[in-house]
Design a protein around this ligand. Sequence first.
Ligand code: PMP
Length: 397
Amino acid sequence: MNQLADRLSRISEPQTIKMAKLGRELKAQGIDIVDLSIGEPDFDTPEHIREAAKKAIDEGFTHYTPVAGYADVRQAVVHKLKRDNGLDYTPEQIVVSTGAKQSLANAVLSIVNPGDEVIIPTPYWVTYSEQVSLCQGEVVFVPSTIESNYKITPEQLEAAITPKTRLFMFSSPCNPTGSVYSKAELEALAAVFARHPQIFIISDEIYEYINYEGKHESIAQFGDLINRTIIINGLSKGFAMTGWRLGYLAAPLELAKACDKIQAQFTSATCSITQRAAITALTGELTTAQEMVAEFKKRRAFIHAALKDIPGLKVNNPEGAFYMFPDISAFFNKSYEDSHIKNADDLCMYLLHKAHVSAVTGTAFAQPNCIRLSYATSMANLEKGAARLKEWLGKLK
Ligand code: PMP
């Protein structure tokens, strides 16, 4: 075959997608896999949103839309940002896309030049560094561990900044750790950014509603940061709408225009029907989202207690999202029969093939001492999965 472009060698297949694929293959062979690798709510989209989409089809919303989304969808995003976050935007500052992933890509492509440094706290969601690499940016990781609840300190941030720093990217609530920065913690990071006005901030808030401890806070609220923060959000997680494909960003006007220009050359706009349903989601009642979160909270209590009960696992109690991110390094250099565990990848393969539990290796998120377990699955599955983890981890000596 003819030579492919060099940029392909800079990126890899997401481990999350790889694990889901492996799990599906084993399931197809008839093996009863408990899938804890999932990155999406296991709930149906709320009925009032589904109804809005059906109505949109019947009313003929089936044509191309403006690239950044229908005017009233962008207005609905403005309304949501005021209602939930107390932030003031105009519709021109909103660009609606085919998902938070595309919104992230729009922003990274609009900001990062080759050689620019981009600071990413670890663990982090796989896609961030890959998008930066596609733009030939240099990723600068700032590490955190379970001891600091997977959050970085203002001192660490300050130490990572150089004259070449262009961008800081993070998620709160975080995938893969579930950690949520408190208002005071965000304010302390914002104080560092106040001293470095050349830095843009991408604040990925896609898990906003899945927060068990308090109200969501955005870093855009502090000082002048609204003028250089790009808020990324969407419908996938909070409204259980992963397949509908709608994300959005809110940005300073010039940057929003840049993202519109980039998106116009890749996908145009997202689906017209999804956009009509989004108006209902963004302006309507949040009760179904709240019911889903109440259920996640029960599951978090169960899985947290169950994992704490397994000798060797180091566990924290994340404030948001639907992931646990235990430190599993106590199992390194242990064996059972022909399985030898050297690292988190080995442990995930052992759990998949022996315990029939699918998890994602921490290496995928730049934290090689950990694995990610999702509790976006039924309580029955969690009970089965936890029992298997206990049994098979217990065999490693
Ligand atoms: N950001 C984070 C932190 C995520 O976990 C995900 C989905 N796994 C996304 C963005 C992308 O979401 P979307 O479905 O809206 O593209």
